[in-house]
Ligand binder design. Structure first.
Ligand SMILES: COc1ccc(OC)c(-c2cc(C(C)=O)n3cccnc23)c1
Length: 121
């Protein structure tokens, strides 16, 4: 069937959605799936000025807020670095963030992305 204009996904959005799914798989406990709640993380909104999580990244993709892949990668790094700032080293969240950041960035190297680049043309 012919996709209506509203259903057409921009090439960048399709690429970012695919990358996001790949990154979400690396968060099995879903610690990064939703915004961190101050009720479970005392003073979180005081300490972390720019919260970020996978659901917010998804929303930004859907609203075409990312103008480039680098902006997407910056939000992914922000999300992980927030967790490493708020949670002390050795905690389950700090370790999960460090692991997610490193394994995720390995998927975002030019070598890994070049084959996907064709999706943008
Ligand atoms: C234990 O189950 C959950 C479920 C969802 C969470 O965040 C969306 C978190 C969570 C995630 C985080 C992070 C990412 O800093 N966190 C910090 C302190 C207390 N809880 C959390 C934990």
């Amino acid at each position: 069937c012919v996709l209506k204009a509203s259903q057409k996904r921009r090439p960048l959005s399709r690429l970012l959605e695919q990358l996001l799914r790949n990154l979400e798989k690396r968060d099995p406990h879903q610690f990064f799936a939703w915004p961190v709640n101050d009720n479970f993380a005392p003073n979180y909104s005081v300490i972390i000025k720019r919260p970020m999580d996978f659901s917010s990244i998804k929303q930004k993709i859907d609203e075409n807020e990312y103008r480039s892949l680098n902006c997407f990668i910056s939000d992914f790094k922000l999300m992980c670095n927030n967790a490493m700032k708020y949670n002390k080293p050795g905690t389950v969240y700090h370790k999960a963030a460090k692991r997610l950041l490193h394994s995720g960035l390995k998927q975002l190297t030019p070598q890994k992305l070049r084959p996907l680049g064709d999706m943008l043309t």
